[in-house]
Design a protein around this ligand. Structure first.
Ligand code: UDP
Length: 339
């Protein structure tokens, strides 16, 4: 099995590369333009196992085409993308070019060169701002109505994949709609949690990353964006999933497509935590207090996003291992210490 991972030096991609190296005998090729991914991460991964790295931007269509004709990939796992929602509102064309156009070209190269399986990172942002969350969370049939160019750029790529797979019977896909991915490599040395890889890109906007920076004193304080939502404590509720559980689903997807048809899967734990609960958990597991202020809501933030994960559990046999919010926070914090 010859697997191409785009964005393999990035946060989620690197955790998938790690698991491929640790648990499979697949031949792994990583392409990354290192815009947000890091060389240090690649060096760490090299200590785990052998893979090929190509410094390449997916907008270089000629080079991407050449890569596909020279290699015979069986599977593509596609992570490389721009992912910052507010930036997508200010600079939509960056998102449509980098996400939708480059993904379409990648799919085209895959089909032209006989690649049979394509695993795609999509997002819960395709669901936009659900007004009511069903008791069991959002399932894959929930209406898709992205409210920002980031979500739309991913939804459009989903559509390209679906139409392509309909027309090319040998080509199959798995689309994962990620909920809130957090935490870092669960790796212990002498019973101490010591993540080897994690979220490296600075200026992150994600809650758990920001809370871990506060716990470490890298920031003086943080803000809760809105405490007047229609939720139990008024703050936003999200379904936080540990990056290693998410990564494992990708390994399962490669095997799943050997015997099953293309499909879309939501991936989260099916349980929501409020911003206040996350902050309290971070303080507790790190034994560090920090200052928290209330600020206005962030534009476009839905009150709650929780997945219904019954489909992925049933059809793929995915069993989450790191559902403990404390472990998610602790691993993010231990990783943040190393940066
Ligand atoms: N949030 C917050 N303060 C922060 C960062 C995030 O209150 O400094 C809230 C945000 O409004 C949302 C939740 O935390 O309700 C998760 O936000 P994040 O940016 O991590 O992920 P998103 O759900 O926006 O993709």
């Amino acid at each position: 099995m010859n697997v191409l991972i785009t964005g393999g030096a990035g946060y989620i991609g690197s955790h998938v590369v790690k698991q491929l190296l640790e648990t499979t005998a697949y031949k792994v090729t990583v392409v990354d333009n290192l815009s947000t991914g890091s060389r240090k991460t690649l060096d760490t991964l090299r200590a785990i196992g052998d893979f090929k790295f190509i410094d390449l931007d997916l907008k270089e269509f000629d080079k991407v085409a050449e890569l596909f004709t020279k290699s015979s990939f069986d599977t593509v796992i596609h992570f490389a993308a721009s992912i910052v929602v507010p930036e997508s509102v200010q600079n939509p064309l960056k998102y449509y070019m980098n996400n939708t156009v480059n993904t379409t070209n990648l799919i085209n190269c895959a089909v032209q060169n006989g690649v049979k399986k394509f695993i795609f990172s999509s997002t819960a942002a395709v669901y936009g701002e659900p007004q009511e969350i069903p008791v069991l969370g959002l399932d894959e049939k929930f209406a898709v109505e992205p409210i920002n160019p980031y979500g739309m750029s991913k939804l459009m790529s989903e559509r390209v994949l679906q139409d392509t797979a309909k027309a090319h019977k040998d080509f199959k896909y798995v689309i994962f709609r990620y909920f809130n991915v957090a935490g870092a490599d669960i790796h212990y040395e002498n019973d101490t949690l010591l993540p080897r890889i994690g979220q490296s890109f600075p200026n992150a906007t994600h809650l758990i990353k920001i809370a871990s920076e506060c716990a470490l004193g890298k920031r003086d304080k943080m803000a809760i964006f809105g405490d007047d939502f229609n939720t139990t404590d008024g703050t936003g509720v999200r379904d936080y999933i540990h990056v290693d559980d998410l990564a494992e689903a990708h390994i399962k997807a490669v095997k799943y497509l050997k015997e099953n048809d293309s499909d879309i899967f939501n991936i989260g734990y099916g349980k929501g935590y409020s911003v206040k609960e996350v902050i309290e958990t971070m303080k507790k597991v790190t034994s560090n207090d920090f200052q928290v202020e209330t600020a206005p809501r962030r534009a476009g933030d839905p009150a709650a996003l929780i997945s219904d994960n019954r489909k992925i559990k049933k059809k793929m046999g995915w069993i989450p291992r790191y559902e403990d919010l404390g472990l998610i926070c602790k691993s993010a914090y231990e990783w943040e210490k190393k940066l």
